[in-house]
Design a protein around this ligand. Structure first.
Ligand code: ATP
Ligand code: MG
Length: 654
């Protein structure tokens, strides 16, 4: 990318120094950077001491087999024991672990003592099916307590779980089950989606047709709708699990024992089965959850709105928070069921203090309008987080103003399925915040922006984001595909040993990092490299726009032309927004914010954007539309009908 990246967002950037009262009580101070710098291994050793180890490690890091790391070599621990049992042993059995809220309005409060019983019963049940450490279990469940219990039961037995989004198609499930060679699948009869019960088991059966490696399918009864049944293979959760003993002795596993495989979002192509192991992963998720969310066990009510089918659900609903003895909200449904204030109603009811969500949802809240959160008491909140995509400065400011009382710290957390845990992010209470910038690597971690040759770029310029030091929660490979692992992440800067993240980024004049979107998405207009994120942020900063997605479509004169898809904000009618004048105003706005070169060639007003189930915009599909190609793989799309709507609109457009 080099120096040509257009500098623009910096001009809008405001700086919010840390709040003194927050800083005074914060879990982390700025000293942590120096401490980690002085001796990285000693720093991580200290973080690993957050956990209970059956056997202490003999070496912190073995990087001799790079790019395959070993952390806490020789150490042995049980991940589930760390997330559940030890809190009960420490006298916190009565603390609520999970305030679960079902979509139809049913609720369950589960204490740590109850969670321990549930996990032990499920572990006994899985053992009774003959599963042994190292075997793979696929989990396709809605956001119900059994999903978390299943993951922890696997961890307890050393079984490797592979969680598949509840909304994924039979084909997506099938490819994941086959790739990991799963012996058991855990699912539900049905799931609630936008107020309706829809079949799940039926779809699972479709996906498993002809797959003979799956010995058992365990089915949770969630909705009561009919589930097709295969005698001898299928078992009801309540028949299998409820009668089991609540006694189960956890076995300690090697620090490098596999914990899970999780497939990436597939935003840029075919999903990759990312492998994570135990000791290093749990250390980094616990550490980051503690410092980034400033979490105080027994005091905070934490809510991460992700689905467990996404890495954020693994690291910041299941493993990090439970290792840190959090009390958290888990919500089953969509944010507008039965009404658009559902999240704020839940925040008010449970006194949520820490709220962690994705930019896509923040922009959706903007679209619905600020009057909706204004109708609720959000005064319990004290920290907000964002993950999944670059957060547009406009969305950041809206989030702070309308959800965060104009004063709460926002942590913009950059990380990936592959990194396992947060990497680049402010330290609340210590960092001065900049809307739209994730700032810098957390203490103990290292990230750089480099050019094609791997040389660090100067301040004020852009390039490729790399991670130049191994980290505890790093992936240990792609399941069954060592070559793809090396090619995808390590080949680009092979001589330097840098991990290539696939994202573009730049340093501002202070040396803070701004994520610019995928390297694959960077547009080239008349020889200028322009980031999709920057144009999208410029569009979203216009008062009529709630969401925007931008792609480069091939153009006979300029190489690529910028095609933008925009969703109007609440209160702005679709026709009004697509009028010639409105479109011209938007194009001019982008020219003013960034420069005439970034002016979109074409702007389409659309009702929706194609998104993955984790809420990321799939630009590659929009590029297919903009270039009149057949639309590529849509199996990880949340709603595939969106593409037809957009394609029709575009052909009808100019
Ligand atoms: P695939 O790798 O299969 O294309 P994916 O990259 O979308 O899918 P994830 O691992 O879920 O799968 O997403 C990680 C990516 O999300 C990052 O590489 C980055 O592009 C984006 N991302 C996540 N958090 C942030 C953030 N705070 N700021 C900017 N980008 C972010
Ligand atoms: Mg990726």
């Amino acid at each position: 990318m080099g120096d040509e990246v257009l500098a623009n967002l910096m001009q809008q950037s405001q700086v919010f120094p840390p709040d003194e009262a927050f800083a005074a009580q914060a879990n982390a101070t700025a000293d942590l950077y120096a401490e980690a710098e002085a001796d990285r291994e000693a720093f991580w050793e200290k973080q690993a001491e957050r956990l209970h180890w059956e056997t202490r490690w003999s070496q912190v890091l073995d990087w001799s087999g790079a790019p395959f790391a070993k952390w806490f070599v020789g150490g042995r621990l049980n991940v589930a024991y760390n997330c559940v049992d030890r809190h009960v042993a420490d006298g916190h059995g009565d603390q609520v672990a999970i305030h679960w809220v079902g979509e139809p309005g049913d609720t369950r409060d589960i204490t740590y003592a109850q969670l321990k019983d549930e996990v032990c019963k499920a572990a006994n049940a899985l053992s009774s099916l003959g599963l042994r450490a190292g075997d793979r279990v696929a989990i396709q469940l809605p956001m119900i307590p059994e999903a978390i219990v299943s993951m922890l039961a696997c961890a307890r037995l050393g079984l490797v779980h592979s969680v598949v989004f509840g909304g994924f198609s039979p084909a997506a499930l099938r490819s994941r089950v086959e790739d990991a060679d799963a012996k058991v699948v855990i699912t539900a009869d049905g799931q609630y989606r936008r107020g309706k019960a829809v079949p799940m088991k039926e779809k699972v059966d479709e996906g498993l047709a002809g797959v003979d490696t799956v010995r058992n399918v365990i089915v949770v009864r969630r909705t009561g709708i009919d589930a097709p049944w295969t005698e001898g293979r299928d078992l009801w959760w309540h028949d299998l699990v409820d009668s089991q003993s609540t006694e189960h002795t956890p076995e300690a596993f090697d620090s490098e024992h596999p914990l899970f495989v999780l497939y990436t979002s597939g935003t840029t192509g075919k999903p990759k089965g990312i492998l994570h192991t135990s000791g290093g992963y749990l250390t980094q998720v616990a550490y980051t959850h503690h410092v980034v969310f400033d979490h105080k066990p027994g005091q905070d009510v934490y809510w991460c709105t992700a689905d467990i089918g996404w890495v954020t659900g693994h690291s910041y609903i299941v493993y990090g928070p439970l290792a840190n003895r959090a009390t958290q909200v888990v919500y089953e449904g969509t944010p507008n069921t039965p009404h658009e204030g559902r999240h704020w109603e839940i925040v008010q009811q449970y006194g949520v203090t820490i709220y962690y969500t994705a930019p896509t949802l923040i922009r959706t809240f903007m679209k619905w309008g600020e009057q909706i959160p204004a109708g609720y008491d959000l005064s319990s909140l004290r920290l907000l987080g964002s993950v999944g995509e670059p957060i547009n400065p406009e969305a950041w400011l809206w989030y702070r103003k309308h959800i965060g009382n104009g004063s709460l710290p926002i942590v913009d957390t950059w990380w990936q399925t592959e990194t396992g845990a947060i990497m680049i992010c402010p330290l609340p209470g210590a960092s001065a915040l900049k809307p739209g910038s994730a700032l810098r690597a957390l203490p103990g971690l290292s990230a750089k922006v480099v050019n094609e040759k791997g040389e660090e770029v100067p301040r004020g310029s852009g390039g490729y984001l790399v991670l130049d030091q191994p980290w505890p929660a790093m992936l240990r490979g792609i399941w069954g595909d060592e070559e793809r692992y090396r090619d995808t992440y390590w080949a680009r800067f092979a001589d330097l040993g840098f991990y290539f993240a696939g994202d573009g980024a730049k340093y501002d004049d202070d040396g803070d990092i701004w994520l610019l979107g995928r390297v694959d998405d960077v547009m080239n207009v008349s020889g200028h490299r322009i980031s999709t994120t920057e144009v999208e942020s410029a569009l979203v900063s216009h008062p009529t726009v709630a969401e925007a997605a931008v792609v480069g479509a091939s153009d006979p004169t300029t190489g690529q032309g910028i095609v933008a898809f925009v969703i109007p904000r609440g209160g702005v009618a679709q026709d009004e927004a697509s009028g010639e004048e409105a479109i011209k105003a938007l194009r001019d706005h982008v020219a003013k914010e960034i420069g005439p070169i970034a002016k979109p060639r074409q702007i389409m007003v659309v009702p929706e954007l194609p998104k993955t189930r984790s809420g990321k915009i799939m630009r590659r599909l929009l590029r297919d539309v903009a270039e009149n190609r057949e639309i590529g793989d849509v199996t990880t799309l949340a709603d595939s009908s969106v593409m037809d709507l957009i394609a029709k609109g575009l052909r009808g457009g100019k």
